[in-house]
Write a protein that binds this ligand. Structure first.
Ligand code: NAP
Length: 271
């Protein structure tokens, strides 16, 4: 990735981390295209950032992702950076039985298959560029899960694994592969509670630190802000068991707090 002059597509670019990255990359002189399901928020963000473009896509839908790939190729033939950022996170109670797996199915379809689909749809275009980047957004939860969102953590661990294979397969091509593993950040991923949670990293701080790392990606291709490093390296540092207990009891307390304040952590408020 160059500091400027790239053509960058960000899925889930209409809100949260995606929007933050889109605006920061736009400001430093890249052609940025944001994508997601909700046209209204994409329109608002594009309007607030003259020159930024948007396209709608539902990464969960196979035909939609294919159509999207063709649309991107036709409208933005110079596309050379793909940021797979779209994702959802919901609470699940695995004790409720096998009858309703809708949250698990939706989470896998968006977080995992969605990333695979968009990457596949744009791979020929990216491979044809002199230099290109594919970036996946995983999570610190890929490395030490919390029990309150099991499918989410599993998809992020899978994204980490898949990214490593992608990097190896593309090592002799012009396409570099990066992974961003954010810590807990103030966005509406799990609703307003998270966006207002003082324990989460302020979004602006996360974006500023991430942009600095992107200007000079570390060897290995993992973009890790300081706050996520203890989670990322818990196993290596012999801290896994300690953090597993500590962070899971914190997650349980947070879920109880959320419920007490009337937030339903299994679904996000309508836009
Ligand atoms: N915030 C955190 O604490 C945190 C920590 C670690 C990792 N992450 C990851 O960061 C990424 C961004 O999350 P965020 O925190 O910024 O939350 P967010 O504001 O809810 O962003 C998620 C974005 O994904 C888009 N999206 C969801 N389903 C989609 C679909 N089927 N097709 C296309 N777009 C879809 C949403 O737009 P539409 O609803 O309009 O489609 C939304 O813009 C996610 O992958 C998340 O897992 C976040």
């Amino acid at each position: 990735m160059k500091p400027t002059g790239d053509t960058v597509l960000i899925t889930g670019g209409g809100s949260g981390i995606g929007r933050g990255l889109a605006e920061a990359l736009h400001k430093v002189g890249n052609q940025v295209i944001i994508a997601g399901r909700r046209r209204s928020i994409l329109e608002d963000v594009a309007r607030a950032n003259p020159g930024m473009r948007f396209l709608t896509v539902d990464v969960e839908n196979r035909d939609n992702a294919r159509r999207f790939g063709a649309e991107v190729k036709a409208q933005f033939p110079a596309l050379n950076v793909l940021i797979n950022n779209a994702g959802i996170m919901k609470s699940e109670n695995l004790k409720s039985g096998v009858e309703d797996l809708s949250i698990a199915e939706e989470t896998v379809a968006i977080n995992l298959l969605g990333t695979f689909r968009i990457t596949a749809a744009l791979m020929p275009l990216l491979l044809a560029q002199p230099k290109a980047t594919i970036m996946t957004v995983s999570s610190g939860l890929a490395f030490v899960p919390i029990h309150t969102s099991p499918s989410y953590c599993a998809t992020k661990a899978a994204i980490h694994s898949w990214t490593q294979s992608l990097r190896y397969q593309l090592r002799d091509t012009p396409v570099e592969v990066l992974e961003i593993a954010p810590p807990y950040v103030q966005t509406e991923l799990m609703g307003r509670f998270q966006a207002e949670d003082p324990n989460a990293m302020p979004l602006a701080d996360f974006i500023a630190e991430t942009m600095a790392l992107l200007n000079n990606p570390p060897p290995g291709g993992e973009i890790l802000v300081e706050r996520v490093r203890s989670r990322r390296f818990a196993e290596r540092d012999g801290k896994y068991d300690e953090f597993y207990e500590q962070w899971n009891s914190y997650a349980a307390r947070r879920q109880a707090e959320r419920a007490a304040k009337g937030y339903d952590a299994s679904r996000k408020p309508a836009a």
